[in-house]
Design a binder for this molecule. Structure first.
Ligand SMILES: CC(C)(COP(=O)(O)OP(=O)(O)OC[C@H]1O[C@@H](n2cnc3c(N)ncnc32)[C@H](O)[C@@H]1OP(=O)(O)O)[C@@H](O)C(=O)NCCC(=O)NCCS
Length: 222
């Protein structure tokens, strides 16, 4: 397991052959199976299970009661809300073995899966996309897209800082009320940030929340 420094609570198991990055914390009653790759500075809450054929990037936050099954790949800065559900077979049957047929799910950089949401396998969740609490995702979700409901449908665009982008200014930019970053729709179902490239990290001062969600929601209405 190398010389990396990470924390594992005494009630959890990290199997031989799992790789965990520096600064990662694994809290109570969790299990990381052999072969799993978990990046640095991640937090895995209570009762988290990571299967062996799973790759998890850096700074990923996994809340309590989440199982990440074989075939799931999670990029940097992803947030998995409490008790969200990932899957790897669309048509599971106990009688039929489909161990070599796991369907791939890709959860891209900076996206959020809300509490208790379910991701039906074989989909890609785009960068900085946001799956609302309790949604059931059955198809791909583009970058910066907010989806809600069962089945999950797009209800708008959302900024990298997690605010709905509702009104365009006179230059056709959406502006995030928290960060001031500008966004532009460059095609149908395609939003980009004009100021910071999607794969670029935010500066340190842009990484700390300042006011709560309701404050910015009110601000948008002014
Ligand atoms: C989606 C979310 C970001 C709120 O977005 P919002 O647009 O500000 O929500 P609002 O409260 O203005 O609601 C807008 C509408 O969507 C509905 N709505 C809100 N959240 C919803 C959800 N998760 N699923 C379905 N509908 C939802 C509201 O009832 C409202 O409907 P209405 O217009 O018919 O009254 C939030 O509800 C959510 O799901 N956050 C995730 C929280 C979470 O899982 N955190 C995990 C870490 S603790």
């Amino acid at each position: 397991m190398g010389m990396e420094k990470y924390f594992v609570h005494t009630t959890s198991y990290v199997d031989e052959g799992a790789k965990i990055g520096q600064g990662t914390k694994i809290w109570h009653f969790s299990h990381i199976l052999s072969g799993a790759l978990v990046g640095s500075n991640c937090t895995l809450g209570q009762n988290v299970c990571i299967s062996g054929d799973v790759i998890i990037g850096n700074n990923v936050k996994i809340q309590n009661n989440v199982s990440v099954y074989d075939g799931v790949c999670i990029e940097d800065d992803v947030f998995l809300g409490p008790s969200c559900v990932l899957t790897n077979v669309t048509n599971p049957r106990a009688e039929i073995s489909r161990k070599n047929l796991y369907e791939k799910t890709l959860i891209k950089r900076g996206s959020t899966i809300g509490a208790n949401a379910t991701i039906v396998c074989g989909v890609t969740i785009g960068r900085y996309a946001f799956v609302a609490a309790g949604a059931v995702v059955t198809g791909d979700v583009p970058d910066y897209t907010m989806v809600q409901g069962v089945p999950a449908r797009q209800t708008g665009w959302i900024s990298r800082h997690g605010h709905k982008l509702e009104k365009k200014d006179s230059n056709k930019f959406y502006i995030c009320p928290e960060s001031g970053l500008k966004y532009r729709e460059i095609a149908e179902k395609r939003l980009i940030c004009v100021d910071i490239e999607e794969n670029q990290s935010l500066s340190k001062n842009m990484k700390t929340g300042k006011m709560d969600y309701k404050y910015y929601k009110k601000l948008k209405k002014v």
